[in-house]
Design a protein around this ligand. Structure first.
Ligand code: NAP
Length: 306
């Protein structure tokens, strides 16, 4: 196995992709990002490959935006089965695949690519991964819930909102600091909600008065905004707007508890952070590449020990 923290480049893949097949075990999967050194995916995807007895390894590839198309096209020749794609390439990857699933097309982003011959098939497992995480953390089906998504105009928020709309959640409120993005997404998703139930889909600005009104009709708050980790960040939702009946899922993950999770705990609401979403979006990617169940517990153990 190559050094787990080693970072290869898009240029390596484009100019000398054949070398990856000579690694022991051969590199057949990767994550493309810029930057990419921080990615937790190699740790838990390599644990999955080992647990499943698959003779392959998963590497980091630092791919610059101008290299993205060529690097993706180099994957089949280099013997790759697929790749994950992270910031800032999720939108660009959609433009460079031959085909994409509904979640990827509607959310405008691809986070997983499967190589099929010379063709590249794009998927987005962030929304389905979040749904599995919610089931696991709270023992509820997202489709049965009235959902409020904070940061609905960002990449993760959009993927989550699209998943909720396509799978038919009970109610969906899209909140975003830049209101126009939430409204534009609501317009795109309107066809998933029947005209007779137009009030099941609402767009609001990320303002406490508007949020307060919607929280009275909400079962789960999902934070997909990037605010709230730094002590200097404004609170995303103050305790005065939260109550003990709410479920709170913070897609943000890190060693420290976010202020949102602290606020949820302070009012007695059940809460969870984004590690489980990270785990399950990765497990779904594994299933897309190998068409077999992912060894989730081995992946979880690797993620928790990282
Ligand atoms: P992004 O595309 O840059 O979107 C950021 C979102 O946060 C936008 O909606 C933005 O609103 C909003 N925002 C930023 N600052 C804000 C503030 N001060 N107040 C209110 N809203 C604010 O980022 P992303 O890729 O979606 O990632 C968002 C978060 O989700 C990150 O923390 C990331 O680590 C996490 N994430 C987790 C997973 C997982 O597997 N757990 C997967 C993906 C992402 P505007 O539109 O107004 O700018």
């Amino acid at each position: 196995m190559e050094d787990a923290l080693q970072v290869y480049t898009g240029a390596d893949l484009i100019r000398d992709g054949g070398k990856f097949a000579t690694f022991a075990p051969p590199a057949r999967l990767s994550v493309f990002g810029d930057p990419v050194a921080h990615s937790k995916s190699p740790g838990f995807q390599n644990a999955a490959l080992q647990a499943a007895g698959i003779d392959a390894q998963y590497i980091r590839l630092h791919v610059k935006p101008e290299e993205l198309g060529e690097a993706l096209r180099a994957l089949p020749k280099a013997g790759f089965l697929g790749t994950n794609v992270t910031i800032p390439h999720k939108g660009g990857a959609l433009a460079n695949v031959d085909e994409a699933d509904d979640y990827a097309r509607k959310s405008g982003a691809v986070n997983t690519v499967r190589v099929e011959g010379d063709r590249l098939i794009g998927f987005n497992t962030d929304g389905p991964g979040l749904a599995r995480a919610v089931q696991e953390e709270f023992d509820v089906d997202l489709r049965d819930l009235r959902v409020l998504v904070l940061g609905a105009g960002g990449g993760a928020g959009r993927a989550i909102a699209v998943h909720c709309a396509l799978t038919g959640c009970a109610r969906l409120v899209l909140a975003n600091r830049t209101f126009a993005k939430a409204q534009a997404l609501a317009d795109e998703l309107q066809s998933s909600f029947s005209a007779a139930h137009a009030d099941r889909l609402v767009a609001i600005p990320h303002e406490f008065s508007a949020l307060g009104k919607q929280l009275a009709q909400t079962d789960i708050v999902i934070n997909a905004s990037s605010a709230g980790m730094k002590p200097t960040d404004p609170p995303i939702l103050p305790t005065s707007l939260l109550n003990s009946d709410l479920l709170v899922y913070d897609a943000v993950y890190g060693a420290e508890k976010s202020r949102l999770i602290e606020n949820a705990e302070a009012v007695g609401a059940r809460s969870a952070n984004g590690l489980s979403m990270l785990l399950h979006q990765g497990a779904l990617a594994f299933e897309i590449w190998f068409n077999q169940p992912a060894p989730v517990e081995a992946m979880r153990a690797a993620l928790l020990s990282a």
